[in-house]
Design a protein around this ligand. Structure first.
Ligand code: SAM
Length: 276
């Protein structure tokens, strides 16, 4: 069950990311021009169905302005900026990848949201925060990189206030061996997939009760089919973050879904007292 954090970190190393972002964002005008969070949506929502998926998950988690939200595996910060803009809540992101955290802070400065949104480098398996500080924890397309699910979900449970919510959006095993590379892993050595049922079981065992469980696979397939039909991507896409090979990684995820190898799970849980 050893987590291969160095390999995962390497996968998301993204050398020179901040400079690449500066260059790519020149399409919006000079550096001092304030950007709207939604202008970044084609490159800062690093998961299936992009901004729509984040918006739906936030709605299911009943986020409100007075809440404090933790985004675990926050990537370059798109979900965190969206939540702060849409709900007025405070959002903290934590991510293993230093270049991603640097990029997330840079993009947040560009959208003028630094008072509400912040990011820290750290591992989901040893979250660098005190117990019980958050109302909601978000985990979008991160669990696939983590072998030690019991520890991951215990750490998330530790972050939550009593009755707090955990909103998860994950790629899951669905009945076949996945083809690699995929967006979260170049090889199976960085990929630790579970079925939807095993994912929910591991979450519940960490002290959660399921509130919502949805199979998002059909919507994900529709999204990939529309993407394929829409021709070349916009200039601001996740290739800016992950490099030119990213289109092939994403195409493989689409194929894995279409061929029934992988699926997508949306689920929201409530923290309950942990059984001793
Ligand atoms: C596919 S991206 C998703 C990013 C973000 N959640 C989003 O949806 O835009 C996966 C992210 O998880 C992070 N990650 C993977 N394993 C992690 C770990 N053990 N601790 C913290 N972050 C991790 C990666 O660095 C990467 O930023």
């Amino acid at each position: 069950m050893a987590d291969n954090l160095d390999r995962v970190r390497d996968h998301y190393r993204a050398a020179g990311l901040a400079e690449r972002l500066k260059t790519a964002l020149a399409v919006f005008g000079p550096e001092e021009e304030r950007l709207k969070p939604e202008q970044l949506a084609t490159l800062d929502q690093f998961h299936t169905r992009g901004l729509a998926a984040t918006a739906e998950l936030a709605k299911l988690a009943d986020i409100t302005a007075d809440m404090s939200v933790l985004d675990v595996g926050s990537g370059v910060g798109g979900p965190a900026r969206f939540l702060a803009a849409a709900y007025g809540c405070e959002v903290t992101g934590v991510d293993l990848s230093e270049p991603f955290v640097e990029a997330a802070n840079y993009l947040t400065a560009r959208t003028g949201q630094a008072a509400k949104v912040s990011f820290k480098t750290g591992s989901a398996l040893a979250l660098p925060f005190d117990d019980g500080g958050f109302d909601v924890v978000l985990l979008q397309h991160v669990a696939m990189n983590i072998a030690d699910r019991p520890l991951l979900y215990r750490e998330i449970r530790r972050m939550l206030k009593p009755g707090g919510k955990f909103a998860a959006f994950d790629v899951v095993l669905n009945g076949g061996d996945p083809l690699y590379p995929v967006p979260w892993a170049k090889t199976p050595a960085e990929s630790f997939l579970l079925t939807a049922a095993a994912t929910c079981e591991a979450i519940e065992a960490a002290g959660f009760r399921v509130l919502v469980q949805q199979d998002d696979t059909a919507d994900a397939k529709t999204w990939f089919a529309a993407l394929r039909a829409s021709g070349p991507p916009p200039s601001l896409n996740l290739g800016v973050v992950m490099g030119p090979g990213f289109a092939d990684f994403a195409a493989n995820l689409g194929r894995n879904l279409m061929e029934g190898r992988l699926g997508v799970l949306t689920a929201v849980f409530e923290a309950v007292p942990v059984k001793s």
